[in-house]
Design a protein around this ligand. Sequence first.
Ligand SMILES: NC(=O)c1ccc[n+]([C@@H]2O[C@H](COP(=O)([O-])OP(=O)(O)OC[C@H]3O[C@@H](n4cnc5c(N)ncnc54)[C@H](O)[C@@H]3O)[C@@H](O)[C@H]2O)c1
Length: 264
Amino acid sequence: MTLFLFICRIACIIKHCVIMGRLDGKVIVLSAGAQGIGRAAAIAFAKEGAQVTATDINGEKLKELDGHPGIKTKVVDVTKKDQVEALAKEFDHIDVLFNVAGFVHHGSILDCEEADWDFTMNVNVRSMYLMSRAFLPKMLAKKSGNIINMASVASSIKGVVNRCVYSTSKAAVIGLTKSIAADFLEQGIRCNCICPGTVDTPSLRGRIQAQPDPEQALKDFMARQKTGRMCTAEEVAHLCVYLASDESAYVTGTEHIIDGGWRL
Ligand SMILES: NC(=O)c1ccc[n+]([C@@H]2O[C@H](COP(=O)([O-])OP(=O)(O)OC[C@H]3O[C@@H](n4cnc5c(N)ncnc54)[C@H](O)[C@@H]3O)[C@@H](O)[C@H]2O)c1
C-alpha cells in the first residue's frame, strides 16, 4: 500500500511538473505575433500548454513560428473587418484574445498630419474594436472569456514627449478595456490591458535607427531607464501568461504597468 501511494505521488508530481502547463488546453488568438512582444507571448503561451493562433500582417516574419509546437500562424490584417471576421469564423470557441498590434508615430500634435492620426487610431484602437466584436460573441456563448489589450505607459498614465497620437490611442485602449470589463463582467468575461514602458523589440530598434543620430537616440532611450536597462519582450510575456491564466481569475478592468518605474 505504501509503495502504491508512493508511486501515485510520483505520478502526480510528474504530471504537474512535466505535463501540466499554466494554460493547458486554452485556445488563444493573438495579433502582431511575428515579432517583439506578440511573438514572445505566443511562445510563452504555447510553452504553458495553450493552443495558440498567432496572426500578423507580415507573412514572411510570421513563417518563423511555423512548426513551433502549439502554435498555428495566419496572415491577418487586423484593420480589415472582412479578414478579422473570417478569422473569427474559424473558431468554435476561444478562451483568450490578445490584441497586440500597434504602431508608434513620432511627434507632437503639430507633427501629426490627419493621415498619421487616422492610421495610428486605426491600427492601435479600431483593430481592437474589430477583433473584440468578432470574438466576444463566442465567449458570451460559453459565458467565459478573457481579452487582453496592449496599451502603454505612454497614454493616460504618463505624458511622453513626441508621442501625441500614440499616447492618445493607448489611452483609448485603456478606456476600451475598462468598458468591455464593465459591460460583460456578469457574463463571465474579463478584460485587462498591459502598459509597458520601453521594451527592446525590433520596432524600437528600428525607431532608434530612424533618428538622425541613432547613437544619441539610443543614449536618450537608455537615460530614461531608471533600471539601467530596457524591458525584454520575454518579461512582458510572463505578465501575459499570468493574465491569460486562471491565476488572474479575479482580475479585470485593470491596467498592468510593466515599466521598471519609468512613470515614477
Ligand atoms: N516596444 C515597446 O517599447 C512598447 C512599449 C509599450 C507598448 N508597446 C506596444 O506593444 C505592442 C507590440 O509592440 P512591439 O514593439 O513588440 O511590436 P513591433 O512593433 O516590433 O511589432 C508589431 C507587429 O505588429 C504587426 N502589425 C502592424 N500592423 C498590423 C496590422 N494592421 N495587422 C496585423 N499585424 C500588424 C507588425 O507586422 C509587427 O509584426 C504594440 O501595440 C506597441 O504599441 C510596445
